[in-house]
Design a protein around this ligand. Structure first.
Ligand code: F6R
Length: 607
């Protein structure tokens, strides 16, 4: 969602901020803007649409100054036009804001009564006008900023500059992330370490409620109640080189090709290869005593959790409840004492998943989170974190983070199965051996591009597509359908294959391709029968299977993509790769904005 990049130092602020905003593009946005301080005066430039539009505006009317704030906006309150683009402000203060101010209407009425004239439909402008009001009453910048922050309800990360105070930035974090970067004679604020990647690797993360006063000399941190605080400077592992496209056309294409690498890196964290055993980090609870698990996540991460549920139930014999985080947080289910919460998130900042995490911890559960961003809010608030070592995922549509999440969940399943006595040492060694084989099988899966492109030509012509799968192939179908919707804008629905005859079968005709994931194994024949039912009604069948299932599937399907055979346990990890590749190829044919699909944001920090 919205991104913030700010700088104060010796160099021209605008190009530094502009490049920082470029690195934040992946979060999703629909307008952008920059404000700087020059000789004590605030000037700003804003534009709706892509950053190139802002670049044109800056080309016509450059912005001077060595202190400035910049923003990419993902609209919540107010349409995505230039007026509503950030920074917002007055002649005294300019602010950029990520999040939602929940009490903005009340504050707005109060400020209007006091004579403030609002220019936009946004909740964010309230922050600027509130700070301005305090400045008009004679408060100094820090006092005015803190007094305004005290009155805000909701979620925010903000950065502010003040007329007459060149060299000063004030930032705050409350439910949305903000980081401080330490440079050489210059300092930065950014929504995440990626924004700051080429500028500095020395980063301090604000804790929730923190405020920070930044000059080119350093940063002073304060807690929500105004007490000075120390925040450690960490050296981030995310370096600039990790965020290039490496010759691929899109980040999504690059990230698809990183599946084998990230699976391997993630396994190395969780497996002792010499002993063929799972080696988990220390945990503040005993796995053997966990009676039940509650999994929650959003979007693709939720589908990874669905596959995790099949594994935990079938292999570890652990009862599992699962719900999307936006529902779990309001369902208030009765929970068995000692149950383990398992949260899954690439960003570690998704507002709904964070709220579900807090609600489970509030009920006394321990929470284990499967996260890709190690300095995220969820990482700080979890009892234990299992990291997915996927590196920065820039494309809005998740790909490599998904297989990395599955890798972690598979290792956790084996560890739990062993701890609960569901498998013995030989069983653990066998499952670990198949896990160690995964990176090579994922690399083979990536070789099927030509077949997938032929399939994509059929899908790209369709207006609706049905995805089918059974057992752990059902969430694979759901992930495939989500990816197609996200990046090609074609309507797709996934059904458990056995459910089709209870309704969706009436949709089937030649114009609705049926994409089925049908790996060999216990559910192979059952799934094929469902596919036959679709074919008998004129459906065009496009199938993903494996070498063992290929001959039978070819009798029925118009196009077949054959994946390498892996154990039934790990089939979903390999089978999901071609479904993501299919979505990518269809998006290429449709000419959509693959890495930044319309209306979507990478890190969804609002409810
Ligand atoms: C789909 C996608 C989203 C995310 C979801 C959760 O391609 O990227 O559905 O999976 O928004 O995000 P995280 O994993 O950051 O919590």
């Amino acid at each position: 969602m919205c991104g913030i990049c700010a700088v104060t130092g010796r160099r021209d602020a605008t190009p530094i901020i502009f490049e920082g905003l470029r690195r934040l593009e992946y979060r999703g946005y629909d307008s952008a803007g920059i404000a700087t301080l020059c000789n004590g005066q605030i000037s700003r430039r804003r534009a709706a649409g892509k950053l190139s539009n802002l670049g044109e505006v800056l080309g016509q009317e450059p912005l001077a100054g060595t202190t400035g704030i910049g923003h990419t906006r993902w609209a919540t309150h107010g349409v995505p036009n230039t007026t509503n683009a950030h920074p917002h402000g007055t002649s005294r203060v300019a602010i950029v804001h990520n999040g939602i101010i929940e009490n903005f209407e009340r504050l707005r009425s109060e400020l209007e009564a006091a004579g403030q004239v609002f220019e936009t439909e946004t909740d964010s402008e309230t922050i600027a006008r509130l700070v301005d009001q305090y400045l008009q009453e004679g408060y100094l910048p820090q006092e005015a900023a803190f007094a305004a922050l005290d009155r805000l309800e909701g979620a925010y990360a903000v950065a502010m500059i003040f007329a007459g105070h060149d060299g000063l930035l004030i930032g705050a974090r409350h439910g949305a992330p903000l980081a401080v970067g330490y440079g050489d004679g210059e300092m930065f604020l950014g929504s995440d370490s990626l924004a700051l990647a080429p500028l500095t690797r020395r980063i301090a993360y604000l804790e929730d409620g923190d405020r920070v006063v930044v000059t080119s000399e350093g940063a002073m941190f304060f807690t929500e109640d105004g007490q000075p605080a120390q925040r450690a400077i960490q050296t981030t592992a995310f370096i600039a080189g990790a965020v290039g496209k490496d010759g691929y056309r899109h980040y999504m294409e690059k990230e698809l090709h990183e599946h084998p690498l990230v699976i391997g890196q993630t396994l190395r964290r969780m497996i002792d290869p010499a002993r063929r055993r799972i080696a988990l980090p220390d945990m503040p609870f005993n796995l053997a005593e966990v009676p039940r698990a509650v999994i929650s996540a959003c979007g693709s991460a939720f589908y990874a959790g669905m596959i995790g549920r099949y594994w935990l139930e079938n292999i570890a014999r652990l009862p599992v409840d699962i719900d999307v985080a936006s529902e779990l947080r309001y369902r208030d289910p009765p929970l068995a004492p000692g149950s383990l919460g398992i949260m899954i998130s690439q960003s570690g900042e998704t507002a709904d998943t964070l709220a579900a995490l807090r609600s489970l911890r509030g009920k006394g559960l321990s929470v284990l989170s499967v996260l890709n961003v190690e300095h995220s809010t969820m990482a700080r608030e979890s009892d234990v974190v299992f990291g997915t070592v996927a590196g920065p995922e820039i494309s809005v549509a998740s790909t490599k983070a998904f297989t990395a999440q599955l890798t972690v969940l598979a290792c956790l399943t084996v560890a739990l199965a062993r701890a609960r006595g569901a498998i013995d040492i030989a069983g653990e060694e066998e499952l670990v051996s198949s896990l160690l084989d995964l990176p090579s099988r994922a690399a083979e899966a990536l070789q099927q591009g030509d077949d997938i492109r032929r399939m994509a030509e059929i899908v790209a012509e369709a207006q609706d597509v049905l995805y089918l799968g059974r057992g752990s192939a059902f969430p694979v179908a759901q992930e495939g359908a989500l990816k197609l919707k996200e990046i090609s804008y074609i309507h797709a629905e996934a059904y458990a294959a056995g459910e089709m005859k209870h309704g969706p079968i009436s949709l089937i005709d030649r114009s609705v391709p049926v994409v089925v994931t049908v790996p060999s194994g216990a559910l192979f024949e059952k799934t094929l029968s469902n596919v036959q039912e679709a074919k008998a009604r004129g459906g065009r069948i496009l199938a993903f299977t494996d070498t063992e299932g290929a001959a039978r599937v070819r009798e029925i399907a118009e196009h077949v993509v054959v994946m390498p055979r892996v154990s039934e346990f790990l089939a979903p990890v390999v089978q999901v790769i071609p479904t993501q590749m299919l979505a990518y190829e269809v998006a290429l044919l449709k000419g959509t904005d693959v890495d930044q699909p319309r209306n979507l944001a990478k890190s969804v920090t609002v409810e």
